[in-house]
Ligand binder design. Sequence first.
Ligand code: NAD
Length: 369
Amino acid sequence: MTRPVGPVGVGVIGAGVISDQYLENLTVFPDVRVLFVADLDVARATAQADKYGIAGSGTVEELLAHPEIEIVVNLTIPAAHVEVATAALAAGKNVWSEKPFALDRDSGRRLLADAADRGLRVATAPDTFLGAGLQTGLRLIADGTIGTPLTALALMQSPGPESWHPSPEFLFQTGGGPLFDIGPYYLTTLVQVFGAARKVTAAASTARPVRTIGSGPRAGTEFDVTVPSHHGALIEFAGGGSAQIIFSFESFRSRTGFVEVNGSAGTLAFPDPNQFDGATTVFDGTSDDGIEHPPVGSLSGRGTGVAELAQAIRAGRPERASGEQAFHVLDLMVSIAESAERGESVTLDSGFTRAPPVPADWDPKVATL
Ligand SMILES: NC(=O)c1ccc[n+]([C@@H]2O[C@H](COP(=O)([O-])OP(=O)(O)OC[C@H]3O[C@@H](n4cnc5c(N)ncnc54)[C@H](O)[C@@H]3O)[C@@H](O)[C@H]2O)c1
C-alpha cells in the first residue's frame, strides 16, 4: 500500500462549545483538511460545518466511513471519549482526543494497546504545552536557567464553570471536576518539567452537592455534583523533585494559571498552562519583579496538536502530545482521586518519553506537507 502524501484529512466528532476554537484554527492550518463534522445532534454538526465552510456533515458512522479522513478529532464529552476513540481506531483512523484521555486506567490501557496493535496514534489534548508560552518556559528550564528543578506549586481555583457553560453537568461528573477538567493542563506542564510522577498524597472535598446552570437555554436548572470539587495533593516525581497542587471549583476568589517551579538557581513562573501565549518570569534573587521572557513560538490555539500530529504521521515520527503522556497524566489524576478517597499515598508505575522541544520557529500555519 502506498503511504498517503500531502495534507492530512480530518473529521471532527463533537460540535459543542469547544468545536469553534478547533474549527477556527484547523480550517486555516494548511497541513490538515477538515472534511466532515459529526455529532449525535446532526443539526448541530451541520450548523458548524456550514459556519466553517466544511463540505461534509452528518452522523459518526458517516464520518468514520469517509475514506480520506486519517485523523478523527474527538471533541465529545469525557464519558464518550474512549467509545468514540475506539470506534475511530477500528475504522483505521488516527485519533486526536480532547482531555481526559479516558476515565479509568483499564480503558486507557486498552486504548493505547488498540492503537499500537493497529499502527495508529491516540494523541491527546492538552496541546497548550506546544504553544509559545509554555515552550518558552520549558526551553528556559532545559537551558539551565533555574538550575535543577526541585519543587513546584500549581494552583487553579475558581467558583466553577457552571456560570458560563450552557451544559456544565459533565464538568461535575466522573471525568470532570477540577481534577479531570483543568488538571491535565497543569499536570502536563509539571511532567514536562519533572518527568513521570511516582507517588501522590491527596485530600478532596465537595462544597455543594447541587449546582445551578447559569447561562444558555437551561439557565436556572439544578444538577447533581457527583465528584469532588476540590483536590489538593503532593506529587513526588520518579527522577526527584516534588510539586504541590490545588485544583478547586470551590473558591469565591478566582486565581488561575499559576505554575511556579523552584530550581537550585532560580524560580520560574510559567504563563497560564491553559493558554498558548503569555510571558514566563524568572526570579534569580536580584529583583522582586523578576525577569520577563516574552513568548517565542506559535501563538495558534487549540488544534495546534492536531497539526503537529499530522506532520508526525507523515514523517513517521512520534507525535509530541502522545497517548503515552496522556495516559501517564490520567494515571496521575486517578491516583490523586484514589489517594483522597482512601486517605493514603498511592504509587504509580506508568511512565512516558518526554517529547523534544518544539523548534522556536515552528508554526502550524505554515505548510510543510
Ligand atoms: N468548553 C471548553 O471551554 C473546553 C475547553 C477545553 C477542552 N474542552 C473539552 O472538550 C470536550 C467537549 O467539551 P464541550 O465544552 O465542547 O462540550 P459540549 O457539551 O458543549 O459538546 C460536546 C458535543 O459532543 C456531542 N457528543 C457527545 N457524545 C457524543 C458521541 N458519543 N458521539 C458524537 N457526538 C457526541 C454532544 O452532542 C455535543 O454536541 C470535553 O472533553 C472538554 O473537556 C472544553
